[in-house]
Design a protein. Structure first.
Length: 145
């Protein structure tokens, strides 16, 4: 029975901070996938970004800031999770990240309060975008090991 080495991060705060910054990169990758999906399905990217403004669904700028905020927070939480299980984890962090992203997709589906969430993108595109978020997040955090 082998275990992986703990993260190089010496403290939980270090792991959370690395997760926050990794969440920023992962959120950018997710946004690219969503934007590509919107462009390929005939929806506008600006409409998609406005849909991320959960208060009014009308401001693309607020939508972008909301997306960044959520991406960073979920990244920090993942950094803490990986740090907490680093001695007991099996498998690569990027795979754990992919599963985390898909779990976040499930949370998004449960929290969905409007049929216009994600500007009418097919659920498969949104699921892929969440998986990409998780994979990039896991890859960036795994590099710190």
């Amino acid at each position: 029975m082998t275990t992986t080495q703990p993260l190089k991060h010496k403290t939980l705060g270090d792991a959370a901070t690395h997760g926050l910054f990794s969440g920023l990169w992962a959120g950018a990758a997710m946004a690219l996938v969503l934007g590509l999906g919107a462009a390929l399905t005939g929806g506008g990217v600006t409409i998609l970004l406005a849909q991320l403004d959960i208060a009014t669904r009308s401001s693309a700028i607020v939508g972008v800031l909301s997306h960044i905020s959520v991406s960073v927070v979920y990244g920090g939480l993942f950094g803490i999770l990986v740090h907490a299980v680093s001695g007991h984890r099996r498998g690569p962090v990027w795979l754990l990240g992919g599963l985390y992203g898909l779990a976040l997709f499930g949370v998004a589906l449960l929290a969905q309060t409007s049929a216009t969430l994600f500007a009418g993108l097919p659920a498969a595109v949104v699921a892929i975008a969440h998986a990409v978020y998780g994979l990039v997040l896991g890859w960036r955090i795994g590099r710190a090991e």
